[in-house]
Ligand binder design. Structure first.
Ligand SMILES: Cc1cc2nc3c(=O)[nH]c(=O)nc-3n(C[C@H](O)[C@H](O)[C@H](O)COP(=O)(O)O)c2cc1C
Ligand code: SF4
Ligand code: SF4
Length: 460
C-alpha cells in the first residue's frame, strides 16, 4: 500500500488529512477523538483574546434536496479561556506525539504576537497558523482578512511571527483578494514556512422573508458571514493552483475549501497542496469520514502506481495554464450512446437554448412507420434518442453535463488534421488564421423547421 505520510514545512504527518481550524477542533477531547478516527493533524480553533459569540451562528445552503452544499457562519475565534486551550494542546501532544497540532493564532499588537506564540510553543504545538483570513467580525477589528487583504501588513506581521517562533509558521490566506499571488508573495517575503488557503468567503446566506432579515438570525437581525463547504471547492482549487504555479512562489501549501472525500483531497494535492484541511464535511458527517479518505487515497495511489502521497503533490500543476496557451486546434464533439439514452431530451433543450442548436430530435411523425423504432431496452423508443449534428457541435460539454445518465454522452476527441497552435503562438505568428483548423460555422442559424426538413419530416 502507498505510503500516506507527508512532510510539510519539516513537519511529519501520518497522512495529509488535517482538520481545519473551526468547531471540530474547538477542544482537546474533540481533537483526540479525531486522531483516534485517523486524522493526521488538526489546526486548533483560532486562539486570541477570547471573544463573546452570538446565538445563532450558522446558515446552510441546500440545493435540490442536498443538505449543506454551502455553509455560512458568523462565529468568531475561540470563546474559551486561553489557559484552558493551551493546557489541552499540551495534553493532546503528550498523548498523540505522532499527530500534528497546529496552533491557529489571531492577535493584534507585536507584543500580543510575541506572547501568544511563546505560549503555543510552550504547550508543544508543532506549528503556528496565522489567521489572516477570517472575513467577518474580526476583520472589523483590524484582524483576520483585514490583514490578508493588505500585503504590506501581512508581510510585517509574518516577519514578527518568524522573529518569535522556533516552529514553522503557516499563513492562512483569504480568498477575498484581486490576485492571490500578492498576499502569497507577501508571505514569502515575510519569511513564512508555508501557506494555508482558503479561509471562508464573505457572504449573506439568505433572507428570512417573514421577518425581513438576513440569516442566520440573531435577535431579529444578522450580519455577513463566511461561506464554505462543497460549493466553494472550485474557488479554492483555483487559488491553490494559482499559487502553486506562480514561478516565484515555492512554499508548501495546505489546501482548504469544500474537501469532503479522498477525491477532493487528491485534486487539491495534484494542484500543489502538500496537506489538506477539512472543516464543513467534518461538521456535517463527523470525524469518521477520514476512514474513507485514507482508504480511497491509498487505493488511488496504488492504482496509479505512485508509492507515496508525496508523489501526487503538484502533478497537475504543469497542465494548469493561461487561456492563451490552450491548443485552438484540439477538438471534441458530443456523442450520444443510443443504447443507454433514456430519451429525456434534456440535452436537446440545453443545446437549443443554451448552446449551439446542434442536437436534433428525429421528429416522431417522420418515423411513425419506422419498424425499428421499438426502443433500446431502457424505456426510450428510438425516436426519443436525440442526434448530434457533429459538424455544428462546438464541443462545449453542456449536453454531457445535463445528461442524467452517466457515460451516455461522451466528448469524443476528433482529429482536425492541423498541428496544435495556441492563441499566444497565433499572435506571435502575426495572427495567421490559416494555422487554425476549420471551425463550425457559427454564422449559420439553424431553425427547428430547417432541421425538420433536413431530417425528412413534413413542415408544420
Ligand atoms: C463554523 C466555522 C468556524 C470557523 N472558524 C475558524 C477559525 O476560528 N479560524 C480559522 O482560521 N478558520 C475558521 N473557519 C474556516 C475553516 O477553517 C476553513 O478555512 C473553511 O471553512 C473552508 O473549509 P471547508 O469548506 O472544509 O469548511 C471556520 C469555519 C466554520 C464553518
Ligand atoms: S440527456 Fe442523455 S438521456 Fe436524456 S435524451 Fe439526452 S442523451 Fe438521452
Ligand atoms: S457539446 Fe454543446 S454544442 Fe455540442 S451538442 Fe453538446 S450542447 Fe450542443
Amino acid at each position: 500500500m502507498a505510503d500516506l505520510s507527508v512532510r510539510m514545512c519539516g513537519i511529519e504527518s501520518p497522512n495529509p488529512f488535517w482538520l481545519a481550524s473551526g468547531p471540530p477542533t474547538n477542544c482537546g477531547d474533540q481533537v483526540m477523538r479525531a486522531f483516534d478516527a485517523g486524522w493526521g493533524g488538526a489546526v486548533w480553533k483560532t486562539l486570541g483574546q477570547p471573544i463573546v459569540n452570538v446565538y445563532s451562528r450558522y446558515g446552510g445552503l441546500d440545493v435540490g434536496g442536498t443538505k449543506l452544499v454551502g455553509l455560512n457562519n458568523i462565529e468568531l475565534i475561540t470563546d474559551r479561556p486561553l489557559a484552558v486551550n493551551f493546557r489541552e494542546i499540551a495534553e493532546v501532544k503528550k498523548r498523540y506525539p505522532k499527530n500534528v497540532v497546529v496552533a491557529s493564532l489571531m492577535v493584534e499588537t507585536k507584543e500580543e504576537w510575541r506572547d501568544i506564540i511563546a505560549r503555543a510553543e510552550d504547550a508543544g504545538a508543532d506549528a503556528h497558523e496565522l489567521n489572516f483570513g477570517c472575513p467577518h467580525g474580526m476583520c472589523e477589528r483590524g484582524m483576520g482578512s483585514a490583514v490578508g487583504q493588505e500585503p504590506a501588513v501581512l508581510e510585517k506581521i509574518t516577519s514578527w511571527a518568524k522573529e518569535f517562533a522556533t516552529k514553522p509558521v503557516l499563513v492562512k490566506l483569504t480568498p477575498a483578494v484581486r490576485d492571490i499571488t500578492e498576499p502569497g508573495m507577501a508571505a514569502v517575503r515575510g519569511g513564512a514556512d508555508g501557506v494555508s488557503l482558503i479561509n471562508t468567503i464573505k457572504s449573506l446566506m439568505g433572507v428570512d422573508l417573514d421577518r425581513m432579515a438576513p440569516m442566520p438570525l440573531v435577535g431579529g437581525k444578522s450580519t455577513n458571514g463566511g461561506y464554505c463547504g462543497p460549493a466553494v471547492k472550485p474557488i479554492a482549487l483555483f487559488l491553490v493552483g494559482a499559487l502553486a504555479r506562480e514561478p516565484g512562489f515555492r512554499l508548501p501549501i495546505s489546501g482548504i475549501g469544500g474537501i469532503a472525500n479522498w477525491r477532493d483531497a487528491a485534486e487539491f494535492m495534484a494542484l500543489g497542496a502538500s496537506t489538506v484541511q477539512v472543516c464543513t464535511a467534518a461538521m456535517h458527517h463527523g470525524y469518521k469520514i477520514v476512514e474513507d479518505m485514507i482508504e480511497g487515497l491509498a487505493a488511488f495511489l496504488d492504482e496509479k502506481g505512485m508509492r507515496s502521497a508525496q508523489e501526487l503533490v503538484g502533478r497537475a500543476v504543469p497542465n494548469f495554464v493561461d487561456w492563451g496557451a490552450l491548443d485552438l486546434n484540439s477538438r471534441v464533439i458530443a456523442r450520444i450512446d443510443p443504447a443507454t439514452c433514456i430519451g429525456c431530451q434534456l440535452c436537446y433543450v440545453a443545446c437549443w437554448d443554451g448552446a449551439h442548436q446542434c442536437i436534433d430530435l428525429k421528429p416522431a411523425d417522420a418515423l411513425l412507420d419506422d419498424k425499428s423504432a421499438g426502443g433500446n431496452g431502457h424505456g426510450a423508443p428510438r425516436w426519443r434518442v436525440p442526434v448530434v449534428r457533429e459538424e455544428d457541435c462546438i464541443g462545449c460539454n453542456l449536453c454531457s453535463l445535463v445528461c442524467p445518465v452517466p457515460g451516455c454522452i461522451t466528448m469524443a476527441e476528433t482529429p482536425t488534421g492541423k498541428p496544435p497552435v495556441s492563441w499566444d503562438e497565433l499572435v506571435a505568428k502575426g495572427g495567421d488564421l490559416t494555422l487554425l483548423a476549420p471551425r463550425p460555422d457559427s454564422a449559420v442559424v439553424h431553425t427547428k423547421e430547417e432541421m425538420r426538413a433536413k431530417l425528412g419530416a413534413p413542415a408544420r
